[in-house]
Design a protein around this ligand. Sequence first.
Ligand code: AQP
Length: 333
Amino acid sequence: MKTIFSGIKPSGELTIGHIIGAVSQWLDTQKEDGTKYFCVADLHAITVYQEPSDLLRRSYLTAAVYLASGIDPKKSTLFIQSHVKEHSELAWLLNCVARVGWMDRMTQFKEKSGTNKEKASLGLYAYPSLMAADILLYDSTHVPVGDDQKQHVELCRDIAQKFNHDYKKNLFVIPQPVIKKEGARIMSLKDASKKMSKSDDEGNGIIYLLDSNDAIASKIKRAKTDTEPIPDNIKALDSRPEVKNLLTIYSSLSGLSLSDTVKEFAGNNFGTFKPILTEKVIECVAPIRDKTNELMNNKDYLESILKKGADTARQTASKKVDAVKKTMGFAIF
Ligand code: AQP
C-alpha cells in the first residue's frame, strides 16, 4: 500500500507552478488507495526570514489553497508541520546521520544562499534533513514533488539508507520521488531561465493563485515570446524556452501532452495563442482563488480541519520517533 507525503512552504503566495508541479499530482493520488499526508511546511519557510504576520496569514492561505484545489480532508491528512513536534525532533536525530558533504552538494542551498553563504541561516543549510524527517516519519513510499525537490528526496533516501545500515535495522522505508514528465518546472513568464517562484520579486513573471482575471490576462499578454510562429515539433522548442514554457502551461492545464499541444497550435502566432492560454489559466485559477478567499473568511473551519489532521499525523509520527530513539539507544520509559 502506498503512503504519500508532500508539502508546500508558506513563504509567499502560491503560484500556478505549485498547482501544476505538485498539487495536481496530489489530486491524482486521491483517486487511489493508500495513506496521504499533505502539510503546510511552515518550519521550512522560516529558513529564510518571514515577517511573522505574513507567515501566519500564509499558513492559513496555503491550507485554504489545498482545500480549494480539491484536497479532500476525508481522503488525505492535512496539517501544519509545526503542529507535529516530531518533525523537528526527528530532523535533529537525522542531522546527526546526514553528512556535511551531502549537504554541500545541494543546489537549492547554493542558489538560495547566493554569493554570500556565510549570511545564510543554518536552517537553510540543514533544510534537507528536516525534509527527510517529514518524509520518513510516516514511512512514506512516494513523494510527489516538482523537479527542483528531486535532489532533496534523493538525499532523504541516502539518510534513510545510512541510518538503516549504521543501526543494522530496516527502520526507515526508502521513499521515491514522483515527478511529472511535463510541467515539473514551470518557469517565469519574463525569464525562462528562472523557476516561477513564490518569493521572486518579479511579480509580472508569476501567475499567483489569487491573481484577478485581469491580472492573469495582462501577465500572459506581456509574457516574453519571440516573433516566430509556434513550431510543429517539440524539438524546435529547445532553443525557445519561453515559448516552451507557455505551451507547457497550456498542456499541463488541458491534460494534453506537450507534443499534442504543439500540433494543435502549430503555425499560430502569439496574438492568437495567448488569449487561448489566458482562458485556460483563468479556468484553473478562478475557482481556486474564489474558494480560497471564501475559506479565508472561515478560519474556524480551516482550524478544525488542521487540528484533526495534526492529531492523526501525530499518532503515526510519535510512534516513529520513539522507535528511532529506541534504536539509537535513547532511554525511553
Ligand atoms: N515553478 C514550479 N514548477 C513546478 N513545481 C513547482 N514547485 C514549486 N514551484 C514550482 C513545487 O511545489 C512544491 C512546493 O514547493 P515549496 O514552496 O515548498 O518550495 P520551492 O520549490 O522552493 O517553491 P518556491 O515557490 O520556489 O518557494 P520559495 O520561492 O519560497 O523558495 C515542491 O514540490 C516544488 O517542487
